[in-house]
Design a protein around this ligand. Structure first.
Ligand SMILES: Cc1cc2nc3c(=O)[nH]c(=O)nc-3n(C[C@H](O)[C@H](O)[C@H](O)COP(=O)(O)O)c2cc1C
Length: 200
């Protein structure tokens, strides 16, 4: 039997027609939309089903103002104007949930906790949080939102402000909303298959 594939409209929605946005329409994002986004992205795969991503959605003016001083100058205006700014962070103790999320392997917690395991835990958390960040962007597009991801910010400052107990660490930010299609710069080219890939 033929495998199901995403049709051209779906591929355009997720990849070809989707752009990174910095200018936003004056239209709020309902909280239900954020739940819909998370309920989709959570199915993307992570090592040992470890799911290290934690998301803090900033919507209120007060919350945005707490973020402002940590932003690179070029990211301030678009972030303050965005309906939602998500802080995508990883839980450095994600492995505490493995008895729930990877129950058939009772040893899994010991792969990441205990003496000498801190690097393994942090590397795994960062790698899989970044993967989940990619799922986040695609899930946002799938539910009809536009994204503006950003790494231009002071991570230590964000962590001190929003995650003072040190358990969560920020990875990147993502503005969310309905982008203004009339205020997009020209799109930059991508590398070709030949430039980026090899087959052995
Ligand atoms: C992880 C990540 C960090 C980024 N950081 C910034 C940033 O700090 N400021 C900014 O203006 N754009 C930032 N961008 C936006 C990229 O430059 C943009 O996604 C890329 O050029 C592709 O644009 P397109 O989706 O419109 O083709 C970031 C994108 C990603 C995925």
């Amino acid at each position: 039997m033929e495998r199901a594939v995403l049709d051209e409209a779906g591929r355009n929605l997720l990849f070809r027609a989707a752009r990174t946005h910095s200018a936003w329409l004056d239209r709020p994002v309902e909280e239900a939309k954020l739940v819909e986004l998370y309920e989709l992205l959570k199915w993307g795969p992570t090592s040992a089903n470890g799911l290290p991503l934690r998301v803090l959605f900033l919507i209120s003016r007060a919350a945005k103002e707490r973020l402002r001083p940590a932003l690179s100058p070029g990211n301030v205006a678009k972030t303050m104007a965005a309906p939602v700014t998500a802080i995508l962070a990883y839980d450095t103790r994600f492995f505490e949930f493995l008895p729930k999320t990877f129950p058939h392997e009772p040893e899994a917690v010991s792969w990441f906790s205990g003496p000498g395991k801190e690097n393994a835990a942090l590397e795994t958390a960062f790698r899989n949080c970044s993967l989940q960040g990619g799922y986040f962007i695609l899930a946002a597009r799938a539910v009809g939102l536009d994204c503006g991801p950003m790494s231009g910010f002071d991570r230590d400052r964000v962590d001190a402000e929003f995650f003072p107990d040190g358990r969560l660490r920020s990875n990147f930010l993502c503005n969310l909303g309905y982008g203004d299609p009339t205020r997009l710069p020209p799109r930059n080219p991508r590398l070709s298959f030949e430039e980026a890939c090899r087959i052995l």
